[in-house]
Design a protein. Structure first.
Length: 317
């Protein structure tokens, strides 16, 4: 029996260790992930602890895939947060090192990409678009709230240009700080979304957007104070989602109109939230701007985008 030709993707982000395999038709063969452990009440990890946990997690995730029936044609791994020369974070070197070693042993090519490009490619793979050569991407997570113009030329070269951002807290930091104040574990996104499902629209939080900038620091401070004052947790969780959806929808609309763009791709853990997606989509639809949303499991951190990048390189060759 012949082995199945596949590509391997690896991503070691701040809070998730991931390994994914695609076949040469782009179908998912394996998707292994493990969220890093954060002590109760804490809002993050030091880089040294991330590296330690990734180092322990990667062998476990690789062991969860039956490679005996797979023929790896190429490997891709994330090497840095953004596709910039000065962009660096030790956590990514754990996965990049494994990727290089696997490729060396198998004598196959290895490709590096950034975590941001990984999110872009996972989004394109799952949402099956946009097909346009120019579009907008929102990357909203605990580590970034970046709005980027994506340009893809005929040779499939991707150029990312930052055209909007948060001036202070990232969207995911806002979610996590409110969540921890409500007694949820870090990272708090999924638990906050579940809690919001029990809430009522009894709390209104202020939206701050100016042109291509958005701010979450002031509204986060107010929300945390409300949590400490003992408001109904579900109501505050719902209000947090609503203000995020309103603010992100407004800033994306501003940039689309200024840049004359008609398509928006949503990626990152915050973008996986169903209500936030709906609010953004509704705001953009008023100006006939189309929103592309990957399945929630491919919005957050994972290695599918890296595997898809390896597949695109194999197809080019």
């Amino acid at each position: 029996m012949s082995k199945q030709d596949v590509v391997l993707g690896i991503d070691t982000s701040c809070y998730t260790t991931s390994v994914a395999v695609l076949d040469l038709e782009g179908r998912l063969v394996a998707d292994q992930r493990k969220i890093l452990t954060v002590a109760e009440g804490k809002c993050g990890l030091q880089q040294s602890e991330m590296v330690y946990q990734h180092t322990r997690n990667l062998p476990e995730l690789m062991a969860g895939i039956d490679f005996s029936q797979l023929n790896i044609q190429a490997v891709a791994a994330t090497r840095q947060p953004r596709p910039l020369a000065e962009s660096y974070m030790p956590a990514f070197l754990t996965g990049w090192g494994l990727g290089q070693n696997v490729a060396k042993v198998l004598n196959v090519p290895v490709y590096a990409l950034s975590h941001q490009e990984n999110h872009l490619l996972a989004g394109l793979w799952s949402a099956q678009g946009p097909q346009a050569s120019r579009f907008l991407m929102l990357h909203a997570s605990g580590g970034t709230t970046d709005i980027l113009r994506v340009e893809i030329n005929e040779a499939q070269k991707i150029t990312l240009t930052t055209v909007g951002e948060s001036i202070d807290l990232h969207a995911g930091q806002f979610v996590d700080r409110v969540g921890v104040a409500l007694g949820l574990s870090f990272p708090a996104g999924p638990a906050l979304e579940k809690l919001a499902g029990e809430g009522k629209s009894n709390i209104t939080l202020p939206v701050w957007v100016k042109d291509n900038k958005v701010s979450f620091s002031g509204v986060c401070t107010k929300a945390v104070r409300l949590a400490q004052a003992g408001v109904v947790p579900g109501d505050l969780a719902l209000a947090t989602e609503v203000v995020l959806g309103q603010a992100l929808g407004k800033v994306l609309r501003n940039i689309c109109l200024a840049q004359q763009l008609q398509d928006v791709l949503l990626v990152g853990g915050v973008s996986a939230n169903q209500l936030i997606r709906e609010l953004i989509t509704a705001t953009l639809a008023k100006d006939k701007i189309k929103t592309f949303v990957p399945k929630p499991q491919y919005s957050g951190d994972g290695a599918v985008g890296a595997a898809y990048y390896a597949l695109l390189q194999v197809r080019k060759d």
